[in-house]
Design a protein around this ligand. Structure first.
Ligand SMILES: Nc1ncnc2c1ncn2[C@@H]1O[C@H](COP(=O)(O)OP(=O)(O)OP(=O)(O)O)[C@@H](O)[C@H]1O
Length: 725
């Protein structure tokens, strides 16, 4: 047996046993292995070891002590005055969700500011206000040129000579004609009268009718342009909000307009430095609080709390920066965050709903149940009211609109386009026929021109773009994405950690397969021009509408196991940690053990604009929320609520309902699309929800104060968000 051991092993054994010189084998202290059976630690397992929870506990104790002192004082006062103190009923529980207005001597919400920034509009107000103030989310800064002088006209003309049918390229012409044909067919099918030459009537009239010139004193509705001092050097450095939009194009000095938020992201395309971009973003809010809420002195802001409303699929880097700004620079007493969809349910007073928020440049969809956003149902589609405006203008120009110089980059043209869209787009096909309208073009320093024009189906086909988004121009939606603002990554493993959902992955998958213009080439291949589609992904099997796409996203490998929620215990230092800015693509592209990110190259997320037809997206979101639970599916299908400014297009809800019913014929009676209750303006519903939230007692748990921020920085969000941060 001994002979079988190697000589070296024998020597080692012998050496270990030899103590004949009475010396230890090593002077290094020997640590014995811990017996795993008896091993125990409560490190980070008790609430009192977590600063955020400890402070919260202390605050509660303080409040109780103060209340006890108040009661003692009231009792003593009662004795001296001879009026007995009315003891509270000990059996009566305090309703944590009850608004705080009754809680103190002063009106609680009057010192809470609600901020909801959007791509086009910032909404802000005090929690006690019935309605928010709406400020265009734009800033004008002194510059050598106006924005229209330095950028190409919008809608983008691919060809400027030749007939207007060729201006926007063959793709647009084909899609527009196909939509018009389908519309004609559907009108015939529903027994509506269709005249064969309607479009010819429109193009003929528009191409031959000249505008009428109206002298300034005969124009009753002149624009109030923003006035500038006669001496250019005394002109203010910047203007914010509506006055910025009213600065004449030819002003001296020139001003250039910037929109720091685009498509719900920071606008990296129009800025050259992250500092400038963030400075403008916060400056618009700061000036608006000063002016609109009448709080000119920043020192007073320390008495105010702030509820900040963020998208459902937010970017951690931005939220972390907002927290820093609100606490450190604005000096608010405390700050809390709430997601848009959840705020919408608060505003509407519903516990559960499927919220479709159609804004200017993004449309978000999420299912909310019992006060929680269902994580895997969240979607953020990059189209909205602006895409519809642009498409409407394109369609009119295609049909020889007599104001052929239309350019949405010019301030007065942008405002005019918004006006025409609000007046003449509709999704009710009853009102479609060749009709004559007029508008006034009021440009600074020029006489007013009155145009008379004809419209046929353009006002119907433009909002149809939500259901056939190939017609929208997606070409510049991802230009310069991640140029300035890096993606958030986990501090420990360096993996991207912004929230993502199965529903959003399904959208990206759809866009890659079906909408080539939504996909841009990988930046690693410098030879490929922007806008070149990615190499075609493996073709997926056609997916019928309504089939749970969470079962088909992995479908390539036959894995049809439903995914569990993304939720899990947050990594301890999981904050919006930026990675180096100059190469986003340097991020580890897949996270093999994360079921979500392992499905897709995460760098590819930035190269695909999430685009999907609206009705299809809603069903996909609901499928991810409901899974195999039919009761939940039925509930969600019956509580679809369409909100946001772009949802105000007449009859959009009814048309959407029809599309959903056609897509899911097996659930005809369950599907219900409703506007917000009580005639609430759909554009301000989210803000309204934020104001309700700001007045709830329970929000006390999500407030973040300067002390907590000082100690933990943005990591505090791990403990203070109502959802998995
Ligand atoms: N009556 C109306 N009819 C059609 N569209 C409208 C109407 N009123 C406003 N809109 C559109 O609503 C959009 C603005 O909506 P909203 O203020 O909700 O957007 P936002 O919150 O600024 O943007 P986002 O959600 O994309 O960040 C604009 O495109 C505007 O043209």
């Amino acid at each position: 047996m001994v002979g079988k051991k190697s000589g070296r092993a024998l020597l080692r054994e012998e050496g270990l046993q030899r103590t004949d010189n009475n010396m230890e084998f090593t002077t290094w202290p020997q640590v014995n292995m811990i017996n795993q059976k008896n091993y125990y630690t409560d490190f980070l397992k008790r609430d009192d070891q977590i600063l955020a929870l400890r402070l919260q506990q202390d605050e509660r104790l303080d409040r109780r002590k103060r209340a006890a002192v108040d009661i003692d004082r009231a009792r003593a006062h009662g004795v001296t005055e001879g009026v007995p103190y009315g003891e509270p009923d000990p059996d009566q529980e305090v309703d944590e969700d009850e608004p705080m207005d009754d809680a103190g001597s002063e009106n609680y919400g009057s010192k809470t500011i609600i901020l909801h920034p959007g791509s086009q509009n910032l909404r802000l107000g005090l929690a006690t206000d019935a309605l928010p103030k709406t400020v265009p989310m734009v800033i004008a800064r002194k510059s050598d040129h106006s924005e229209a002088e330095v950028s190409e006209p919008k809608p983008k003309r691919l060809k400027t000579d030749g007939p207007s049918e060729e201006w926007f390229g063959e793709d647009f012409a084909n899609q527009y004609n196909a939509m018009a044909q389908d519309f004609k067919a559907s009108r015939r099918a529903s027994k509506r009268r269709v005249l064969p030459n309607s479009r010819e009537l429109v193009t003929k009239w528009n191409s031959t009718t000249e505008p009428e010139i109206i002298s300034e004193h005969n124009d009753p509705l002149r624009i109030d342009w923003t006035e500038l001092p006669a001496e250019p050097s005394k002109a203010p450095e910047y203007f914010v909000g509506a006055p910025a939009l009213r600065i004449p194009e030819d002003s001296n000095p020139r001003y250039k307009l910037s929109w720091p938020l685009r498509r719900g992201w920071l606008n990296e395309k129009d800025y050259y430095s992250r500092n400038m971009l963030e400075r403008d973003f916060f400056l618009i809010m700061e000036e608006s609080i000063k002016e609109q809420l009448n709080l000119p002195n920043k020192k007073d802001w320390s008495q105010y709390s702030c509820v900040f409303i963020i998208p459902d699929l937010y970017e951690k880097v931005l939220v972390a920066q907002v927290l820093r700004q609100l606490i450190v620079d604005f000096g608010f007493q405390r700050v809390c965050f709430i997601q848009e969809s959840l705020a919408a349910t608060f505003g509407a007073g519903h516990g559960s709903a499927c919220i479709i928020d159609m804004g200017a440049e993004k449309t978000s969809i999420a299912c909310v149940e019992d006060g929680m956003v269902i994580e895997d149902s969240r979607m953020n589609l990059k189209y909205g009211g602006y895409d519809m405006t642009e498409t409407f203008v394109k369609m009119m120009l295609f049909d020889r609109f007599n104001y052929s110089d239309f350019n949405l980059m010019r301030r007065h043209d942008f405002l005019l386009a918004e006006e025409l869209k609000e007046k003449y787009t509709t999704m009710s096909d009853e009102s479609i026929s060749v009709q004559q309208f007029e508008f006034h073009l009021r440009a600074h320093g020029q006489q007013t021109r009155k145009y008379t024009f004809k419209l046929y189906d353009e006002g119907f086909l433009a909002p149809m773009g939500y259901f056939r988004p190939e017609i929208f121009d997606h070409s510049d939606k991802l230009v310069d994405r991640r140029k300035l603002v890096p993606r958030s990554v986990d501090l420990y493993d360096g993996r991207p950690n912004d929230p993502l959902s199965q529903a959003q992955l399904a959208v990206i998958d759809y866009a890659r397969q079906n909408i080539p213009s939504a996909v841009v080439a990988a930046p690693t291949n410098p030879a490929a021009p922007r806008g070149t589609p990615l190499p075609a992904p493996t073709p997926s099997k056609p997916r019928p509408l309504g089939l749970p796409s969470h079962l088909t996203t992995n479908g390539e490998n036959g894995d049809t196991t439903p995914r569990s929620s993304v939720a899990g215990s947050p990594p301890p230092e999981d904050i919006g940690t930026p990675q180096p800015t100059d190469n986003p693509t340097a991020a580890p592209s897949t996270a093999p053990d994360d079921p979500l990110t392992s499905q897709i190259d995460t760098a590819a997320l930035d190269r695909t604009a999430p685009i999907m037809p609206l009705h299809r997206a809603i069903l996909t979101s609901i499928e991810h929320a409901a899974g195999a639970d039919d009761r939940r599916r039925r509930d969600l299908l019956g509580s679809i609520m369409v909100i946001g400014g772009a949802s105000k297009t007449p009859s959009l809800g009814a048309y959407l309902e029809l599309q959903l019913r056609q897509a899911l014929p097996q659930w005809p009676k369950e599907i219900l699309v409703a506007p917000p209750p009580k005639d609430l303006d759909p554009a301000i519903l989210v803000w309204k929800g934020g104001s309700v939230f700001g007045k709830l007692r329970m929000t006390n748990d999500s407030w973040i104060g300067p002390l907590e921020f000082d100690r933990l920085g943005a990591r505090i969000l791990n403990y203070k968000c109502m959802w998995h941060w």
